[in-house]
Ligand binder design. Structure first.
Ligand SMILES: [Zn+2]
Ligand SMILES: [Zn+2]
Length: 289
């Protein structure tokens, strides 16, 4: 127990300093300024070439989502991520050691491979795991209550990408880490993958038209992801287009659905009109049901 406490304390105090440094010292290896820079860039795209031309420039819940971006990506995900991932790796490893006596991990040690192929493996493996977790968020009635926060977006824009309940971070990270703990990646390896995924996620939610041609079978896009947020779903389906960065899993497993242009379709879920619109009420909403 003391070991776990130490890991958490070290991760948090380390990250408190790190957080402050990130904000005050801009650099190329800096999540905070990447988040700001990417958000401004995608917002400019929305202003210059909007897909829904009638949508207000400061759309409904824009500032709510801006706060979610900061909270989820930076405060909770990054800080929580350091603590949670270290603890999960520690627990998996001590659990496995206790049961099997095995003390050497990283069975598939990808550190021997060139940097770019490590990143590619990490990106694809992580995206596929996340696709499965996302399906679970829709399939489980309990988890759906948490995921509803993300689906409460009625006017879509880039910042909606990071509107989600903090419980999702816990669910994603925990499940993600089970297999990834055995690959032998270090935390610093995640930077490029995180930034790439952040860029694609921002674009997928942005109010822009992104004609990517045949690349649509590989990558998610705003024209595909809008259907994931559709209020009216095909009969008998929990949802469609579960892809995070890649769309290939949806095409492979029969979940892809783009019947027509989704530019003006109603978004949300049944009863979204009465769903709360403030940060705190959305945090407690899943626990009330
Ligand atoms: Zn979803
Ligand atoms: Zn979304």
């Amino acid at each position: 127990m003391n070991d776990i406490l130490n890991i958490v304390t070290n991760a948090y105090s380390g990250y408190a300093n790190y957080l402050w440094r990130e904000i005050t010292v801009p650099s190329w290896h800096n999540y905070f300024w990447w988040l700001i820079g990417l958000s401004v860039a995608v917002w400019i795209l929305e202003l210059v070439m909007p897909w829904r031309k009638g949508q207000p420039k400061i759309r409904q819940d824009f500032w709510l989502d801006a706060w979610y971006m900061f909270f989820n990506f930076f405060v909770f995900s990054l800080i929580g991520y350091a603590a949670v991932s270290d603890v999960v790796v520690f627990m998996i490893r001590s659990g496995v050691t206790a049961v099997t006596g095995i003390t050497s991990f990283e069975w598939i040690d990808v550190r021997a491979l060139p940097g770019w192929s490590q990143l590619l493996i990490l990106f694809i493996a992580r995206d596929f795991i996340q696709w499965n977790v996302h399906r679970l968020l829709h399939a489980s009635p309990r988890l759906w209550e948490f995921h509803k926060v993300h689906h409460s977006v009625e006017q879509m824009g880039f910042a909606a990408h990071l509107r989600y309940h903090w419980m999702e971070t816990i669910v994603y990270r925990t499940i993600e880490y089970l297999p990834l703990a055995f690959f032998g990646f270090g935390l610093q390896d995640f930077f490029a993958v995180h930034i790439f995924a952040l860029t694609i996620g921002h674009l997928n939610h942005a109010n822009i038209e992104l004609p990517i041609g045949p690349l649509k079978y590989l990558f998610n896009s705003p024209q595909m992801h809008i259907w994931h947020h559709a209020k009216d779903l095909p009969a008998g389906r929990k949802s469609v287009n579960y892809g995070i960065s890649l769309s290939v899993w949806d095409w492979m497993f029969g979940q892809a659905y783009i019947p027509e242009s989704g530019r003006d379709i109603p978004l949300g879920f049944e009863g979204v009109e009465s769903y709360p619109h403030s940060f705190w009420s959305q945090l407690v909403a899943p626990f009330k049901r």
